[in-house]
Design a binder for this molecule. Structure first.
Ligand code: SF4
Ligand code: ZN
Length: 312
């Protein structure tokens, strides 16, 4: 198997693109996919201050590496979720990578906000991934808004995007379908959000890390079995094996012809107002983050009262 561009032996085969590349040509290929995504969807320019959500996993590190290499003005934000089995490992990879790449990294510890996810899981009845996702979205958005970042970039890849799309279609979740895409504009207190890796598969971002020498962490969250997207990811992976290129055609087709059939968020009946406690945009009076914090504090209060009673 030879590299399609330069004819030396290839190291990566990409059936969905009917091609194969050597190391250097693969890195050029990946860079072009990212540049195409940024340009086609007007994600940002060299004047923007870009905040990257850095989990310490391969996608976020590949994104930071690529945007830094392209010369964009980036900083990272890592959220330490307070999960003993995975958070310290993820954080150490994020910190090491940013220190070596000279990328400024900010860290928020949810435990310091009374929201260590291991405690939340024990004490809140909702599915943990839903609470955790909501907390991360809140903190990223708030940090970006309060610190003058013009864009918030995440490392979602094609597998993430197609599995989410597949799940939303299976539920005919009209609100999410109207919102899904590689760019969500800044509006009503939400920062602009972009996904520059959406044209790369998980396999391609893993290869990008490997060939670029990025040391990424593999610290699986112990609660990840509760997440539903992996089911859809696996189904699509099987389909991609039989029909290479199916995933990108599914997603491109949705962006081109499908999404327009669903009303944009601003035109739905959902009324977005500032949270009555913190000012974050919400449709529920008080936002989910403030309600979660209140529940955890209430729980703490009850526990303290119980402890006092026990001691009395
Ligand atoms: Fe949070 Fe769920 Fe992801 Fe774990 S798997 S980090 S709980 S969203
Ligand atoms: Zn709030």
């Amino acid at each position: 198997m030879k590299c399609k561009r330069c004819q030396i032996p290839a190291v990566v085969a990409l059936p969905s693109h009917h091609t194969a590349f050597c190391k250097d040509c693969f890195l050029v290929f990946a860079r072009r996919l990212v540049e195409r995504a940024i340009k086609e969807h007007g994600m940002f320019t060299f004047d923007d201050r870009i905040l990257i959500a850095i989990s310490g996993g391969k996608d976020s590190l590949a994104l930071a590496w690529q945007l830094k290499d392209l010369g964009y003005n980036i900083e990272g934000l890592h959220i330490d979720l307070g999960i003993p089995e995975s958070s310290p490992i993820a954080r150490s990879y994020a910190e090491r990578f940013c220190a070596m790449g000279e990328i400024p990294l900010h860290v928020i510890e949810t435990a310091k906000l009374g929201l260590a996810m291991c405690d939340v899981k024990r004490r809140v009845k909702r599915p943990i991934c839903s609470v955790c996702g909501q907390t991360k979205r809140y903190l990223f958005n708030k940090f970006a808004q309060e610190n003058g970042f013009t864009v918030l970039a995440t490392g979602h890849n094609l597998d993430d995007e197609t599995s989410r799309l597949f799940a939303n279609v299976m539920r005919w979740d009209v609100e999410f379908l109207s919102d899904q895409g590689p760019v969500m504009p800044a509006e009503k207190g939400f920062a602009k959000k972009v996904k520059p890796l959406f044209r790369l598969t998980e396999f391609e971002t893993a290869n990008l890390c490997f060939l670029a020498g990025i040391d990424y962490g593999y610290a699986p969250c112990p609660y990840s079995s509760k997440a539903s997207f992996p089911i859809y990811k696996n189904l699509l992976a099987d389909l991609e094996d039989i029909q290479p290129g199916r995933k990108i055609r599914f997603y491109d087709g949705f962006l081109k012809d499908g999404r327009q059939g669903f009303a944009p968020r601003g035109e739905t009946s959902v009324d977005i107002q500032p949270c009555t406690t913190c000012g974050y945009p919400t449709s529920a009076g008080e936002c989910g983050f403030c309600r979660l914090t209140a529940t955890m504090n209430e729980d703490d209060g009850k526990r303290e009262t119980r402890d006092v009673k026990r001691k009395a």
